[in-house]
Design a protein around this ligand. Structure first.
Ligand code: TRP
Length: 356
């Protein structure tokens, strides 16, 4: 048996080991401490009652939402996926040369389509490879595992169905590992959430492990606003699906025709804010816990933020959180960046500073 499974620390690790002993592709998930429906309902009540109203974006990705997101990535206005994919296509072999052999764990893997570039480079340089996609959506994770497993028989793929952080206990045992976090999904965190997340990731990795991070860069307002307001209305359907999901799973009977998608760029904060606007006042009940929510006409409920980055600011931020920046790759228009980071040694030698 592989050494990295020798001391399973968590239930998730045990599941993972069992999955690897069977035929791949396989899916594992952590032992859930709470019921997923209750978790969704409680998070909705909290989000509707917070000021401003803000729903947790992880709930956008049920089976329908994940399929809609895939459709967003194919819209002509949504340049992010295409641009990042072109950087990956051009640089995957170089990335693999820089990292040497290691396993790949991908956070928020979705369809895993872009990851093909990495997997091909890994296969070419090393042969058999291990790939661990992590996603909250069981449906897209299963589909991605099956596709990767059948397209690349030499890739051993084990899907991990959980939230990002729930996969962190695995990292010490997967080391040496590269954690891929693509699509600028890190921009969906507030600055505080982001530094907390990056520090927790650094703490979970071993020194020398790698972190491949996709970042959408600050650019002209019109390009940004079009990317989140596509002509075909797919993004609007994606926003509305969150409320449709409440109707499906929590019996809320929200009138979806009275919900409009709204997304605009806030230059002061360098982020795209995505919200649902209630065009009529509504009351609805979420069960469990059986709480009633009342929303007035014209009120906004934020469903996502998507921060845009400047390299000169984000690089020192990441360095303060336990990583060194090994390489920065961008496209020729400098719309998107792919950063290859490395977990720094935990302790560094330096002369004690004299107290003044
Ligand atoms: N990570 C994606 C992004 O920030 C998520 C996303 C794209 C998204 N379009 C959206 C989230 C529309 C909510 C609504 O670009």
């Amino acid at each position: 048996m592989d050494a990295f499974f020798a001391s399973p620390e968590s239930h998730l690790c045990r599941n993972l080991r069992e999955a690897c002993l069977k035929r791949t592709p396989a899916i594992v998930q952590p032992a859930l401490s709470s019921d997923p429906i209750e978790d969704f309902a409680n998070a909705c009540v909290r989000g509707f009652r917070s000021d401003p109203r803000r729903l947790e974006s992880r709930f956008l990705y049920d089976a329908e939402g994940s399929a809609l997101f895939e459709e967003i990535t194919r819209q002509p206005e949504y340049y992010l996926t295409r641009t990042e994919s072109s950087i990956l296509a051009a640089r995957a072999a170089e990335i693999r040369e820089l990292t040497g052999p290691l396993r790949i764990l991908e956070l928020g893997s979705g369809s895993s389509q872009k990851t093909d570039h990495l997997l091909r480079a890994w296969l070419e340089q090393e042969g058999p490879t291990r790939y661990y996609p992590v996603d909250v959506s069981a449906a897209s994770l299963c589909a991605a595992c099956e596709r990767v497993g059948s397209t690349y028989p030499a890739v051993e793929v084990v899907g991990v169905q959980c939230q990002y952080r729930e996969s962190f206990p695995l990292l010490a045992q997967l080391s040496p590992v590269l954690v891929a976090f693509l699509g600028s999904s890190i921009g969906n965190f507030t600055p505080e959430e982001m530094s907390c997340f990056v520090r927790a990731l650094a703490a979970a990795l071993r020194p020398g492990d790698f972190f491949l991070l996709g970042l959408d860069l600050v650019k002209e307002r019109s390009l940004l606003e079009s990317a989140y307001n596509d002509e075909a209305g797919v993004t609007a359907r994606f926003t509305r699906n969150l409320f449709a999901r409440m109707n499906r799973e929590l019996g809320s009977a929200i009138d979806l025709d009275a919900i409009e998608h709204a997304a605009w760029y806030r230059r002061d904060q360098e982020l795209v804010e995505i919200s649902a606007r209630f065009t009529r006042a509504q009351s609805f009940r979420l069960t469990p816990p059986g709480k009633t929510i009342t929303i007035g006409q014209g009120e906004l409920v934020q469903t996502e933020i998507s921060r845009k980055f400047r390299l000169d600011r984000v690089v020192p931020d990441l360095e303060r959180c336990g990583f060194s920046v090994e390489r920065v790759f961008t496209d020729e228009r400098r719309w998107f960046a792919l950063l290859l980071l490395r977990r720094r040694p935990i302790y560094s030698l330096r002369k004690p500073r004299r107290q003044l």
